[in-house]
Design a protein around this ligand. Structure first.
Ligand code: DGY
Length: 431
């Protein structure tokens, strides 16, 4: 039944005409970057043609400098703000002329998604043909990051907007909002017409989100200007772990394809440098976890979030450090009264168990952590997080996020329903 339900969600969110899947009707009516990556993994289990179309439609929004936007506006919809006319991708000369997009990105999942799909495919020859057609575009995206998003040539890239992190309203960003004093823009939010406002970001947070976009637009989305001026400039452990994992996956795929030694060499150089710097700069010995670096204000933002555990997915820590990290996952995030894995430190005063990325459990983060635990041999904990993830969906359906508190299990489902990546990743977990 779960498989049937998951397929029904994905199929009903699929836009047959344009070949992509919306994350959620009403709330997210266009194509989102990292959603599409996770969605493609789900399709790969039962309809490889859809998996391919999902990826190719996302890549049709790629800019000619390698940048892949966070939303591609293939279709019209008036249920979402801010839409294409607000984002104005046409301001940047590298943006495609025939399709509108945003000028911010999202965690670069495509490298590891291609590898996952390759692993799932029955017909390796056929899927390799598809990968050969598309892999250079993903390579170009990585090249974009290391050329345009790493001003000190560290191997770590920055994000300039909380929507780029994917963890939109995490308390991590609160300190940055306090450094900003955005004007009172006039606009009408649409998200709170679909989902209860208590489960979404606040209006004053939205003012800051828009202000960051206004600054970027005022400089035609110039990376150089943004690096110079944006009040938000952060090295995020989730974003960088995903880039590292995707880099590793591209190396593995190019090796299977063979004959790309120059690209493999560049990727290996990036990988080595990035992993080393990640470990040196983002591990905090006091909190025993991976944290964030605020490049604008030159300081660490020291809180533990579900993103702090994703370096396991990318093979970054050594076994000893992995042990410390997993101990924290098990005892703090996985204590007796909690299901895994809250999106923010459940012992913190900023923890808010019903509010979007300030506490609730997300299926994609659980999937990344599950994969990371298996990579390092923590099979019991991996089984636990998988079972708890499936349990939420079995009980409530394919919701967007869930309450980690065990005593709230009866009413634990929040945000949008029939949410695509919740369906797609369940198909992968129960395969
Ligand atoms: C939203 O609108 O909440 C999205 O997460 C932005 O990408």
């Amino acid at each position: 039944n779960l498989i049937k339900g998951a397929k029904a969600v994905l199929n009903s969110n699929f836009n047959e005409d344009k070949g992509f899947t919306i994350p959620c009707e009403g709330l997210y009516p266009f194509q989102w970057h990292w959603d599409s990556g996770f969605i493609a993994i789900g399709y790969a289990h039962y309809d490889m043609e859809k998996a391919k179309r999902e990826i190719e439609s996302l890549l049709s929004g790629q800019w000619n400098n390698g940048f892949i936007p966070h939303i591609v506006f293939h279709n019209h919809s008036d249920t979402y703000f801010p839409g294409p006319d607000y984002h104005r991708s046409d301001l940047h000369p590298a943006a495609p002329k025939d399709i509108k997009t945003t000028g911010i990105t999202q965690p670069p999942v495509l490298g590891f998604v291609l590898k996952e799909i390759y692993e799932i495919a029955q017909d390796k020859t056929e899927i390799l043909e598809f990968i050969k057609r598309n892999i250079d575009k993903v390579y170009k995206n990585h090249q974009y990051f290391y050329t345009h998003r790493d001003p000190y040539n560290e191997g770590l890239v920055y994000i300039y907007h909380n929507w780029e992190s994917g963890t939109d309203n995490s308390p991590i960003w609160d300190e940055i909002w306090q450094t900003m004093d955005p004007p009172k823009y006039k606009y009408e939010r649409k998200d709170t017409t679909h989902v209860d406002a208590s489960q979404r970001p606040t209006n004053s947070e939205y003012d800051c989100y828009l202000h960051l976009l206004e600054i970027a637009k005022a400089h035609n989305y110039s990376d150089k200007k943004i690096a110079e001026l944006s009040p938000f400039l952060v090295q995020d452990p989730l974003f960088n772990a995903i880039l590292i994992k995707s880099t590793e996956a591209l190396i593995e795929l190019y090796e299977i394809i063979s004959g790309h030694s120059e690209k493999i060499e560049s990727l290996k150089n990036w990988l080595e440098k990035a992993k080393k710097r990640f470990e040196e700069k983002l591990f905090d010995i006091h909190s025993n976890s991976y944290v964030y670096y605020d490049l604008r204000n030159q300081k660490h933002i020291v809180h533990t979030t579900s993103s702090s555990f994703t370096p396991l997915f990318a093979g970054i820590p050594n076994q000893e450090r992995a042990n410390q990290l997993v101990k924290q996952l098990e005892t703090v995030f996985g204590s007796d009264n909690l299901f895994l894995c809250a999106s923010f430190d459940p012992t913190s005063k900023h923890y808010s168990p019903m509010k979007y990325w300030r506490g609730p459990i997300w299926i994609n983060l659980n999937w990344l952590i599950y994969k990371g635990l298996k990579r390092y041999g923590y099979f019991d904990l991996a089984r636990r997080i998988k079972a708890e993830t499936i349990n939420f969906i079995e009980k409530h359906g394919f919701y967007e996020y869930f309450d980690a508190r065990k005593q709230k299990f009866e009413t634990a489902a929040y945000g949008g329903n029939n949410f695509s990546w919740s369906a797609a990743l369940i198909l992968d977990l129960i395969k």
